[in-house]
Design a protein around this ligand. Structure first.
Ligand code: RP5
Length: 183
């Protein structure tokens, strides 16, 4: 639903389809519950399109606090460069992850069945000074994937070039839609 009305750039044919599992994952993706997975799926698909290897797990701040802490505190030494953390409701996961790692953490507020996701958004965005979480819009896993890719792109020109192409594809798609309307 998050992509409704938004441009949907096609995957580049220049991008390798080599499975990411065979290479060092650069992005660690975690979520509070498997019920968050449908929201993360578009972002995971985009990471695949951008040929960025990633690892996905579930670590709940409340239900599996030990596993969450182990995940966060070992992520940097395992070679991950960025963490994406999605949670809904009392969405403490991204902030707690950020408290236990020096890696950049991108938070995805997941819209639950009540409160329209405002609860998740405020829980993630209102971090105390000193423990940063970069929070994207409610349910916007695409922007979480792009933020992770942009971070990686600062030290990887190939990824940065793919992001330039992504933006160009998006621009062409919107211009194409506008031209069809203007006829
Ligand atoms: C949060 O509670 C999860 O991130 C999820 O968004 C929400 C509801 O979890 P379930 O009850 O669906 O497992 O911790």
């Amino acid at each position: 639903a998050e992509r409704k009305g938004l441009p949907t750039p096609k995957p580049s044919t220049a991008i390798s389809s080599k499975p990411s599992a065979s290479r060092q994952p650069l992005v660690a993706v975690t979520m509070g519950s498997d019920s968050d997975l449908p929201v993360l799926k578009p972002g995971l698909a985009l990471l695949t399109t951008l040929d960025i290897p990633f690892f996905v797990t579930i670590t709940s701040a409340h239900r599996t606090p030990m596993k969450m802490h182990e995940f966060a505190s070992t992520a940097a030494s395992k070679g991950f460069k960025v963490i994406i953390a999605a949670a809904g409701g009392a969405a403490h996961l991204p902030g707690m992850i950020a408290s236990a790692t020096p890696l950049p953490v991108v938070g995805v507020p997941v819209k639950g069945s009540t409160l329209d996701g405002m609860d998740s958004l405020l829980s993630i965005v209102q971090m105390p000074r000193g423990v940063p979480v970069s929070c994207v819009a409610i349910n916007n896993s695409i922007n979480a994937a792009l933020t992770a890719a942009r971070i990686l792109g600062t030290s990887d020109p190939v990824i940065q070039e793919r992001l330039v192409k992504y933006a160009k594809d998006m621009e062409h798609e919107v211009i194409g839609k506008a031209e069809r309307l203007e006829k």
